[in-house]
Design a protein around this ligand. Sequence first.
Ligand code: ZN
Ligand code: ZN
Length: 321
Amino acid sequence: MDWEITMSETKHITRTIITSTLTLAVWTAAPAQDLPFTLTEVGPNVWAAIGGANPATGSNAGFVIGDDGVVVIDTFASAAGAKQLLAEIRRRTKLPVRFVVNTHHHLDHAAGNAVFIEAGALVLAHRNVHGWIRPENLRLLGMSGSAVNPELKAMVEGIALPAMGYDHELDLHLGSRLVRVQWMPGHTGGDSVVTIPDARVVFTGDLFWHRGLPNLIDATTASWIETLDALSAAGPDSAFVPGHGGLGRAVDVTAFREYLATLRRLVSDARQRRFTGDALAATVRPTLAERYGQWDFFEYLAAPNILQTEEELNGTKRVPR
Ligand SMILES: [Zn+2]
Ligand SMILES: [Zn+2]
């Protein structure tokens, strides 16, 4: 059956889904009138940029306009996407972009950093991100075992690093407006959630994927589930900007939590029946498909999600340290 793919193939596909579009994005800027993202004002002067599958973006981003400056959340997969985001900010305010938050080290959220640094911004992230951006993205690109495209390698080695790191929580004040940055575990170990309390908007980075299977390469699902419980407690009137997929509510965060919990339960059951590796993936996948087969990336990420959860439950999963 065509979904019975090997362990090395699943790693290749996981790598490909993140990077295939980026190769093009390194050189190709979309025409200015053709935005590679959809902008939505999700709260007063709080904008979500939903990137979809466009190669210039590869993920979602956003920005917050305060009294005396702007905070940008994530910088897309390319300088081209970041430049278009900056242009859209400039259309809405003359205030300086003072801070950029990288929600984590994955290159689809940080590759455009230099565009905002050139515009005068300070890039900040959880303290782990500075040391992970270049080596961990290169490792991810090289997971298939084949040589990394030299231009893509140069792009990753040139990603501008955060100038500031924080441990647990950081408050940014844009005059009277508070933007709160908090570390939460799950997706990589260096993830930040950005909350704008006065607008009840939460930028989750890749801790929340809306109706999509997540990338679990660097993940720890046990702590991720606890993070999602904490996030969904924000209540039904909060808006959530995910790392991938459209805008969501707490109920959607809970649905994503249920995906991770279901994945762990199915993999755990199969382990108890002595399945391992590709045979385990083959027995779990159809049950997972009954509930989640329509979610984004299911075809590409179901098998890697299963195998990486097996590694986590075995205690053999490699995560960034
Ligand atoms: Zn992402
Ligand atoms: Zn990510």
